[in-house]
Design a protein around this ligand. Structure first.
Ligand code: SF4
Length: 565
């Protein structure tokens, strides 16, 4: 066939490697076994997802006006630093980007991993787990607390007020944090809120809503969500306060923290009581030791712990994973089905997932076809996130295109692996995410993009290895490889919007996950010089030493190099 390429045959190593094709296996079968050849993907099928919805108008941050590059014919303002004026700008204060050691998110690093799947894989509105899903979970939590106040207190209520601090204030407008916060405060549940409701908050920002607490009803609107101090000495970079008011009097007040990945805490937070893990681990080394001693896969260790910690049965855990699996597939399909459009916000970024998918499927070079299709799936998920529609944190909103791409490529959008293999992939991926959260961070505001796309890519690599029944060491090595090659990646979203570099970065994260898996499954596992825990330590160290302006502030990198007009 013109343009077709020859197919390398993977050598068979000892130690749980992917087997080489059996003798006598034809070329067609070898191609079918290639993980990047998506033979069964059906273009028609994936273009019949959800209908497109109206786009929202986002606000543009004034910070970009000092940018020093040219985009599409714009004239750049004079650079702030020139040879004749070499004085570097002052380094932004780190205050507001440090995390208090009082928070559970820090304290929990001392014991074994206790995170459960439903805490980790959360469905909610994009574009950011820390800036939309977390804040919406916070305001929804506060709304629930208000409903439990005594009737005589509620009778006095006149208003709800939410104040956003730190990174939530600095980049919240670009993320639509105020709309997510308002949706929660009017009692919308994050996992089930209609995307159309969130879209309507953008298209009609002046509307107000009735809040009914007991026998009292009052109005609330976006004016009650206040962008407060962007810098200060906060317990966490993503700090918020919620207040129920009676005139000038505060009836109920709570300080909250959106600590990354959609996780939330509050002042005085105590982690929920849980069972003890059957196989306690705080590092990958400990997890691998359990797997080896008990002759278990990584997925089996995670499942046993999930049952012990959450109190759920294996069937209930599998049902939850199936729900997440379905949600991710729907997200990819919706993103591919959406007609080409301009995403909301000042970047005027055009969507391309559908085009990239269509062209990839027509690519005469079959190996390129696989790369293009995986990238298209990731773009689809990430564009859904940018629209502010529902996504699954894996581990965050900004990185929410990575794992769905892997999941869909291994399932009905590609290899058609059975559901139990996909479930095992989710379990192994969760272990990687848990350990990164436990020993480093999942927050771009705390650790830069290595903590978001880097972790997502590592999770994807572990997913791939586990779904292909690789040994625990290969699962760990695949995750390590993918994470290693994201170390140091900064978070510099242009204009505070989770679009550039985030959307394409998801595509790269997915493809790098596959690269990590391919390297790990084709090398001798024991030869790997760097172990997963070392790389997580390196990520934590890099996060600590990273200049604060590269932590989701939109004050560095692309955010100041790209001129918008
Ligand atoms: S640059 Fe990375 S960490 Fe920052 S918002 Fe985008 S995806 Fe998230």
């Amino acid at each position: 066939m013109a343009g077709s390429e020859s197919w390398p045959v993977a050598p068979a190593f000892e130690g749980g490697h992917q087997a080489a094709p059996a003798k006598g296996m034809g070329m067609t079968d070898q191609r079918r076994d290639d993980p990047l050849t998506l033979w069964q993907a059906d273009a028609a099928e994936v273009t019949t997802g959800l209908a497109a919805v109206d786009r929202r108008a986002f606000l543009m941050r004034s910070a970009v006006t000092g940018a020093a590059a040219v985009l599409a014919g714009c004239t750049a303002p004079a650079p702030q630093e020139t040879a004749s004026n070499p004085t570097p700008p002052p380094t932004p204060k780190a205050t507001g980007s440090q995390v208090s050691s009082d928070l559970a998110v820090k304290k929990q690093t001392k014991g074994p991993v206790m995170t459960t799947l439903d805490e980790f894989y959360k469905v909610g509105p994009g574009p950011s787990s820390s800036h939309t899903i977390g804040p919406m979970r916070i305001t929804y939590d506060f709304y629930q607390r208000c409903t439990k106040l005594p009737a005589d207190q509620l009778a006095k209520a006149t208003a709800l007020k939410v104040h956003l601090f730190g990174s939530l204030s600095a980049t919240g407008q670009g993320h639509g944090t105020e709309r997510a916060a308002l949706a929660g405060i009017v009692g919308k549940e994050p996992a089930t809120v209609e995307p159309a409701f969130l879209d309507s908050l953008a298209s009609n920002p002046d509307q107000s809503f009735d809040v009914k607490l007991g026998d009292t009803t009052f109005k609330t609107s976006l004016k009650d969500i206040v962008y407060d101090a962007p810098k200060g000495d906060f317990p966490h970079p993503n700090t918020m306060t919620c207040k129920l008011m009676a005139g000038d009097q505060v009836l109920l007040e709570q300080e909250y923290y959106s600590v990354g990945g959609g996780f939330i805490e509050w002042k005085g937070y105590e982690p929920p009581k849980k069972g003890q893990p059957k196989y306690p681990y705080a590092t990958m080394k400990e997890l691998l030791a359990h797997a080896e001693t008990n002759k278990l896969s990584v997925a089996q260790v995670v499942m046993a712990n999930e049952v012990a910690v959450s109190g759920k049965s294996e069937a209930e855990v599998s049902a939850f994973v199936h729900k997440i699996h379905t949600a991710m597939v729907n997200i990819v399909k919706a993103g591919l089905a959406a007609p080409p459009a301009t995403l909301p916000g000042p970047i005027k970024l055009k969507t391309k997932a559908g085009d990239v998918y269509k062209r990839a499927m027509e690519d005469r070079y079959e190996r390129q076809r696989g790369v293009g299709v995986v990238a298209a799936y990731a773009l689809a998920g990430s564009e859904e996130n940018a629209r502010g529609h529902l996504v699954v944190t894996a581990p965050t909103g900004g990185s929410a295109g990575v794992l769905p791409a892997i999941v869909h490529a291994l399932g009905e959008g590609g290899r058609q692996l059975p559901d139990d293999k996909i479930r095992d992939g989710f379990l192994a991926a969760a272990a990687v995410g848990y350990l990164c959260k436990h020993n480093a961070t999942l927050s771009g505001a705390e650790g830069g993009c290595q903590a978001e796309i880097g972790v997502a890519s590592a999770m994807g690599a572990a997913f791939l290895a586990q779904a292909h029944d690789q040994s625990p060491q290969v699962v760990a090595n695949a995750a390590e490889s993918s994470l290693q090659h994201h170390l140091g990646m900064t978070c510099d979203p242009v204009a505070g919007f989770v679009q550039v570099p985030c959307i394409e970065r998801c595509a790269f994260g997915a493809v790098k996950a596959w690269t990590g898996y391919m390297i790990a499954s084709n090398e001798i596992p024991s030869n790997r010089r760097v172990d997963f825990d070392t790389t997580v330590d390196a990520m934590a160290l890099t996060a600590r030493e990273m200049n604060a302006k590269y932590k989701e502030t939109s004050e560095g990198g692309l955010a100041v190099s790209l001129v918008l007009c």
